[in-house]
Ligand binder design. Structure first.
Ligand code: CP
Ligand code: NVA
Length: 300
């Protein structure tokens, strides 16, 4: 039993909740037969494209004995005249949980405010808590949380912001390097400080990765930011995770990326294809981490 009904950002979970979800995820991953959600249905609203989130949630519900319904932008009335609050109340009469990938984080908050069932954020412009759960599972499996040092290099939006909060929750030592104007919001840094550890802000990507066990990056141009593409690529000059940057780390330093990767922009093809990359473990762990979350949130 978790202390929250909804997961809009990772700090809706307590530290104990995070460990509960990760422990459940690990048990399911290592073969616990846990078809705990028979006859349960998850409604999945998508305003943006998705490979991992869509497939991992849908597969996860099947594995747990339930069912998921994909509701893309052209499938439902949301975005075509029906307000969020009406969608939320109607869906709540059918499904046992709602997962939503939306642009505006305030829309996810409104969805949750009117829902009678748990709402899970599957990415907004501000947060990606399901990614963070998978990232924490991946780091815990590989390094544990106590002595690992992680460097975030790149944009300070959704994936980065939830990761900052997740690291603060479990006590991971985090250094961030973000270009001027593209850092994490003050509100996120304040919330991380309240949880016990705001990240150290490095002056340069090279300083951030020195001694890092893991370097984590995300795309420079997020979904919905296509009009800002040239401006952002210019601002992120020098922030690419490539062999030159990793020469400032150690030969053992690993690389994380939430995917999809824009090779040649925030990361090189060589790095994605190298032994440093943990990206496929991260991608797989979306399934296991979310299965843990679904059982903890939806099981009666
Ligand atoms: N990392 C992630 O959320 O991937 P998708 O956009 O493919 O869902
Ligand atoms: N920052 C990226 C993450 C995709 C999973 C985006 O919002 O497009």
């Amino acid at each position: 039993m978790l202390s929250t009904t909804h997961l809009l950002d990772i700090d809706d979970l307590s530290v104990d909740d995070v460990h509960t979800v990760l422990d459940r995820a690990s048990a399911l991953k290592t073969g616990a037969d846990d078809t705990r959600l028979p006859r349960k249905t998850l409604g999945m609203i998508f305003e943006k494209p998705s490979t991992r989130t869509r497939v991992s949630f849908e597969t996860g519900m099947t594995q747990l004995g339930g069912h998921a319904i994909f509701l893309g932008p052209e499938d439902i009335h949301l975005g075509h005249g029906e307000p969020i609050k009406d969608t939320s109340r109607a869906l709540s009469r059918y499904v046992d949980g709602i997962m939503a990938r939306l642009f505006d984080h305030a829309d996810a908050e409104e969805l949750a405010a009117y829902a009678d069932v748990p709402v899970i954020n599957g990415l907004t412009d501000d947060a990606h808590p399901c990614q963070t759960l998978a990232d924490l599972l991946t780091i815990r499996e590989t390094f544990g949380f106590d002595d690992v040092r992680v460097a975030w290099v790149g944009d300070g939006n959704n994936v980065g912001q939830s990761f900052v909060l997740g690291c603060a929750l479990v006590g991971i030592d985090l250094v961030v390097a973000t270009p001027e104007g593209y850092g994490m919001s003050e509100s996120v840094l304040d919330r991380a400080a309240e949880l016990g550890s705001a990240p150290v802000v490095a002056a340069t990507p090279e300083a951030a990765v020195a001694d890092a066990d893991v370097v984590y990056t995300d795309v420079f141009v997020s979904m919905g930011q296509e009009d800002e593409r040239e401006e952002k690529l210019a601002a992120f000059d020098g922030y690419q995770v490539n062999d030159d940057l990793l020469a400032h780390a150690t030969p053992e330093t690993k690389v994380m990326h939430c995917l999809p990767a824009h090779r040649g922009e925030e990361i090189t093809d060589d790095v994605v294809e190298s032994d440093r990359a943990m990206v496929w473990d991260q991608a797989e762990n979306r399934l296991h981490a979310q299965n843990g979350l679904l059982v903890e949130l939806l099981d009666d």
